[in-house]
Design a protein around this ligand. Structure first.
Ligand code: NAP
Ligand code: 12T
Length: 354
């Protein structure tokens, strides 16, 4: 009989955690689950969630929670991961972490399974899931890099509220209703642009060019992550100079699924638009939606709830040979978070790394 696993989901009550529960349940043939633990903060103790149609009571996450656990899928914020994942590893578990806390540590693989699965072999108990915006961008660009080489990437993001948690979605919906009802929105903004910062602004009927904290460099931390995570995933080195990357990250007033305008230049300047479209379409996990005659292009409303990365509007920059524009959309809570995490676990089972 194939191996069976005890799985713990840390942050099980959150926007990502709830999706991890669903995504894992859908993969039980590939990741046979012997037992499941749903872990969250003290606030959620006693709440009952469902796994595979069975009720499971939420427990408070503590070091001892990981006794006997084989796989941890973690999404309870960076400080919780920092404290608890080393405890889980000590107890023999392998952790796939969705927070940014461990991503840049040299012995922590940063993995999108379709892009760099081999990196999983170098794990020391913790595997990091990349940032949601990075994941969908490298999904679209990796097939192009493999066939034609990449020289430069310039990305602008259109990011949904959901990346910042369920409370950010709730805030957006409440503000939208208040705006329609003619009530002031600003006094109630508490979460966005980023919870820990001093000032908060409404997202409804607005655009916020700040995701995560702003750094002295002038970039937001989300922009920093997109630059360095892309290099670590594609080139194995967060500071590699072989591909130049720059990013502008903007929060837009939609609940779920990020859009990205990606401008890129390829090494092989004989690459045609059709060859680029074909390479994207042939890559597992991508769906090409690129038919301008019929107004077919990716949209967040239709990407939500799906695991794929949707790519369209691929077109050459007629002023610069070897340069192209494209538009990329994915569900930031599925491919950008819960599904990529479960998919990493599945890949590890397949590669016999667990
Ligand atoms: P969320 O909806 O706010 O959920 C947070 C989860 O963490 C809840 O289950 C919460 O439990 C739990 N939690 C909070 N404090 C805890 C503590 N001290 N001990 C144990 N559990 C605790 O947020 P989310 O959207 O699911 O995201 C969670 C984290 O995932 C984020 O902070 C971020 O680090 C990461 N994330 C990554 C990506 C990515 O790009 N890969 C995307 C989204 C999120 P309670 O319900 O009990 O409070
Ligand atoms: N601040 O895991 O606010 O690096 O949308 C993902 C999403 C951090 C992360 C967000 C964030 C991450 C957000």
């Amino acid at each position: 009989m194939s191996k069976q696993y005890n799985v713990a989901i840390l942050g099980a009550t959150g926007a990502v955690g709830r999706r991890m529960i669903e995504q894992l349940a859908m993969e039980c043939d590939k990741i046979p689950v012997k037992g499941i633990k749903l872990l969250a903060s003290k606030r959620s103790v006693g709440k009952v969630l469902e796994f595979n149609g069975q009720p499971v009571t939420v427990e408070e996450a503590k070091p001892e929670s990981f006794d006997g656990v084989d796989i941890v899928l973690s999404s309870a914020g960076g400080s919780v991961s920092a404290k608890l994942l080393p405890e889980a590893v000590k107890r023999g578990a392998v952790c796939i972490d969705n927070t940014s806390h461990f991503r840049m540590e040299p012995d922590v693989p940063l993995v999108v399974p379709e892009v760099n699965p081999e990196a999983l072999k170098n794990h020391h108990g913790i595997i990091a899931n990349p940032n949601c915006s990075t994941i969908q961008m490298v999904m679209a660009l990796e097939p192009i890099r493999r066939k034609f080489g990449l020289k430069q990437i310039i990305v602008s993001t259109y990011q949904a509220a959901g990346g910042a948690g369920q409370s950010a979605i709730n805030e957006l919906l409440k503000e939208s209703q208040d705006y329609i009802d003619g009530k002031p929105m600003e006094p109630d903004a508490k979460i966005l642009p980023t919870k820990g910062d001093r000032r908060h602004y409404p997202l409804a009927f607005n655009l916020l060019p700040q995701i995560d904290v702003l750094e002295d460099s002038g970039y937001s931390h989300e922009e920093w992550k997109m630059i360095h995570e892309t290099k670590k995933i594609m080139l194995g080195d967060m500071n590699a100079q072989d591909i130049k990357v720059t990013a502008t990250c903007v929060r837009v007033p939609i609940p779920i699924s990020h859009g990205e305008s990606v401008y890129f230049t390829v090494e092989d300047s004989t690459a045609t638009n059709e060859q680029i479209q074909q390479a994207v379409a042939d890559f597992p996990g991508n769906v090409l939606q690129d038919d301008i005659k019929h107004q077919v292009y990716p949209q967040p409303l239709y990407a939500t709830g799906h695991r794929s990365t949707f790519v369209g509007r691929i077109r050459p920059d007629y002023e610069n040979k070897g340069a192209f524009n494209m538009w990329v959309v994915a569900d930031d809570l599925l491919k950008g978070a819960a599904w990529n995490t479960v998919e990493n676990a599945e890949k590890m089972v397949e590669m016999d790394l667990l």
